[in-house]
Design a protein around this ligand. Structure first.
Ligand SMILES: Cc1cc2nc3c(=O)[nH]c(=O)nc-3n(C[C@H](O)[C@H](O)[C@H](O)COP(=O)(O)OP(=O)(O)OC[C@H]3O[C@@H](n4cnc5c(N)ncnc54)[C@H](O)[C@@H]3O)c2cc1C
Length: 660
């Protein structure tokens, strides 16, 4: 019999679902909250906001992170902003419009009811963060300022210069710290979850390693919340922090949690291009720059060739010889088309030979027009730290006057190229954010929830904080309402001992391979396979080849890996090897999902399925569902596909159009 998934979405029109849900949900008796423990793994925006909120409501929270402080979670890197439907600009925004833009941006592959709920709570997030003292940018009159991000024709993105993630995280961290002080949150920094413990079919705890001593510890709770971020680093080079990994999520998958839509990976159009094979990280230039920066390549192939040879510079090419290809192809949205569209358009121009750097893999992002219009001071006020970051990395200051042709001033442009940035896929969750394992919840980037096949800019922070502050603290109570009968879960149960033993055995196995290759050399090779075969343009043959190469490389990992040192004390190479083991599982999952999805949608572009104009061609008749995968073993066995059909009632499913 085919397996089915129950997303627990209550019946009724989409706009009423969340209200109806709240009316019927069970709440935990306040006295019982004190008896209930919740483990929250992760202190990024999703984890920190959830841990603080659950503690404030009365639950006892155990909160874990791999960094030395919650403030160092990857969320700190978020630059551009966070969306909300406040309509402060009076430009016609509304909850419905944010909902509509997000569903359309995700290429009609998100769960409609979840997205509505997300749009509805978006405004509460801004109020919450302002109350915490987050210094959002303000207009001269004191009103919170907004800018535009891709896929929207209104200004709804709230920001704190180019440091929005950091400021939001400081806000969440202050709430978290208050709960630590109150004794309601126990914080475990430099602890890494290695294994999920299941007792009688329910998530009851974790095995975590103290990264400073190498010792394993057991933790039990009435429910476990995973908030461990995305799997972008499967590709080795990405905009993600170096420490981002998918080990916790993959361990949940191995224990029975389904992984949903893994092939939906976001490639961000505005990153500093790769400049050599010794690089271990890529740097994002925020999407906010597309508000005032214009993207172009030369119109003439001879100009492109001269740029590639270094005999000409961008500022020597006059206006009439520049091809602002996004403005040309998508007049309604111009430079603010969604990321998947902008990335593919850059690739198309570079594939056609118009790339502007020595590798031919870059396009220009130019501020000449906006600096001439607004002045450099105004531009620096908006993007100063991003300009400085770009200069620090490339030694080029994008605001420097470089040339004047026919009375028009030209400034040095940035060079950008698409790079792996965000993962829309992740652990499958129902409407309550519960996974297929009872008592195990997943929030933030590590779940698949709200972005469909493509996330719009400034929507990840919105989703992480919606999950953490406003959704999970309600929905988890439906599960916890009858959990107090269990009392404290003992870590002496045999399930804990077995899980701990399994982690130890795995560490010994990896240490004893004693081969010749370093973790990084194998990871780099995996990343190369992923980018070449499972990257921006995918084909059936390429994906099959990618899977074959990954399986061969996994064998190399299993037999020729070298990890120096022992499992006692700090052993970063051992930690990285465990992450790499799980990147293999994730990489194969991405490829399996991309192979089965014989259509193009959002960030998933199958070259066999495109329109004559090179746009993504969906197949709603056959692929209008969430693709969920059930683990069948790490050997040759492919995971099993389970489908959650999508149902739309408020929005008409149609072809995405950003042209008019
Ligand atoms: C450069 C950059 C800029 C961005 N800018 C924006 C933006 O402007 N707007 C926007 O909306 N989004 C932006 N994003 C995306 C957004 O920042 C992330 O999607 C979001 O911050 C993820 O938050 P999270 O809480 O889900 O996970 P993370 O912030 O990744 O936090 C994960 C947490 O889990 C912990 N952890 C991981 N594994 C384990 C383990 N095994 N055991 C214990 N702890 C573990 C980590 O220590 C960390 O605390 C940007 C992303 C990047 C890379």
């Amino acid at each position: 019999m085919a397996k089915t998934l129950n997303s627990k979405i209550p019946a009724g029109p989409v706009t009423e679902k969340w209200k109806e849900y709240k009316a019927h949900q069970r709440l935990v008796n306040p006295k019982n909250k004190l008896k209930l423990d919740v483990i929250v793994v992760g202190t990024g925006l999703a984890g920190a906001s959830a841990a603080a909120s659950l503690a404030e409501m009365g639950f006892n929270v155990y909160n874990f992170c791999i960094q030395d402080s919650p403030r160092r979670a990857h969320s700190i890197a978020a630059q551009g902003g966070i969306n909300a439907a406040k309509n402060y600009q009076n430009d016609g925004d509304s909850v419905y419009r944010l909902f509509y833009d997000t569903v359309k941006g995700g290429d009609y592959r998100a769960r409609e009811a979840n997205v509505y709920r997300l749009a509805e709570v978006s405004n509460n997030i801004i109020d919450q963060c302002v109350a915490q003292g987050v210094p959002f940018a303000r207009e001269y009159g004191g009103m919170l300022a907004n800018r535009s991000f891709g896929g929207a024709q209104v200004s709804r993105t709230f920001y704190a210069k180019g440091q929005t993630g950091q400021q939001l995280l400081l806000g969440a961290y202050s709430s978290l710290s208050a709960q630590v002080e109150a004794g309601k949150v126990k914080l475990f920094t430099r602890y890494e979850m290695e294994e999920l413990v299941i007792v009688d079919g329910r998530a009851r705890g974790i095995i975590a390693k103290d990264l400073t001593t190498g010792k394993l510890h057991r933790f039990s709770a009435n429910a476990v919340v995973i908030a461990t971020g995305g799997y972008g680093n499967t590709y080795f080079l990405s905009t993600n922090a170096m420490g981002c990994n998918c080990t916790a999520a993959v361990q949940c998958y191995r224990k029975g949690a389904y992984m949903a839509n893994p092939s939906y990976v976001q490639i961000h159009p505005t990153c500093i291009p790769v400049h050599g094979d010794k690089q271990s990280k890529l740097t994002l230039m925020s999407e906010s720059l597309r508000n005032d920066g214009r993207i172009w390549v030369p119109k003439k192939i001879e100009d492109a060739k001269a740029l590639q040879a270094g005999t000409k510079q961008g500022w020597e090419i006059p206006e009439e010889d520049r091809d602002y290809y996004l403005e040309r192809r998508y007049p309604a949205f111009g430079n603010l088309v969604p990321r998947d569209v902008a990335s593919r358009a850059a690739k198309e121009r570079c594939d056609a030979g118009f790339g502007v750097n020595n590798t031919g893999l870059a396009v220009f992002l130019d501020f000449s027009e906006s600096i001439n219009r607004l002045g450099i001071d105004q531009i620096m006020q908006r993007y100063g730290n991003l300009f400085e970051m770009y200069e620090e990395i490339t030694d080029v200051f994008p605001g420097e006057l470089a040339n004047e042709i026919n009375g028009v001033k030209y400034y040095k442009p940035m060079m950008i190229f698409p790079a792996i940035h965000y993962t829309m896929g992740g652990i499958w969750v129902d409407y309550e954010l519960q996974t297929t394992i009872p008592g195990l919840f997943a929030i933030g980037e590590c779940n698949f929830s709200d972005h469909g096949a493509n996330r719009l800019g400034a929507s990840a922070l919105m989703q992480g904080l919606a999950d953490g502050y406003f959704v999970l603290p309600y929905t988890i109570q439906n599960y916890l309402a009858d959990q107090d009968i269990w009392g404290k879960i003992s870590t002496d149960l045999p399930e804990f001992a077995e899980a701990e033993k399994a982690v130890e055995a795995e560490e010994d196995r990896l240490l004893n391979i004693k081969g010749k290759r370093s973790v990084d050399s194998i990871h780099k090779e995996l990343g190369h396979i992923m980018w070449e075969h499972v990257g921006m343009g995918r084909t059936k043959a390429g994906l099959e080849e990618g899977l074959k190469l990954m399986k061969e490389l996994r064998k190399e990992f299993e037999t020729n890996l070298f990890i120096p040192g022992t499992k006692e004390g700090v052993n970063i190479e051992l930690d990285k090897a465990i992450h790499l083991r799980d990147f293999f599982t994730m990489g194969e999952l991405v490829a399996y999902d991309a192979l089965h999805r014989e259509e193009s949608c959002g960030g998933h572009f199958r070259e066999e399925h495109q329109t004559e104009e090179g746009e993504a061609k969906r197949d709603d008749e056959n692929f209008f569902y969430v693709g969920c995968w059930e683990y069948q073993g790490d050997d040759e066995k492919a995971p099993e596909l389970i489908k959650e059909p999508l149902e739309y009632e408020a929005i008409k499913v149609q072809t995405r159009n950003y042209k008019n």
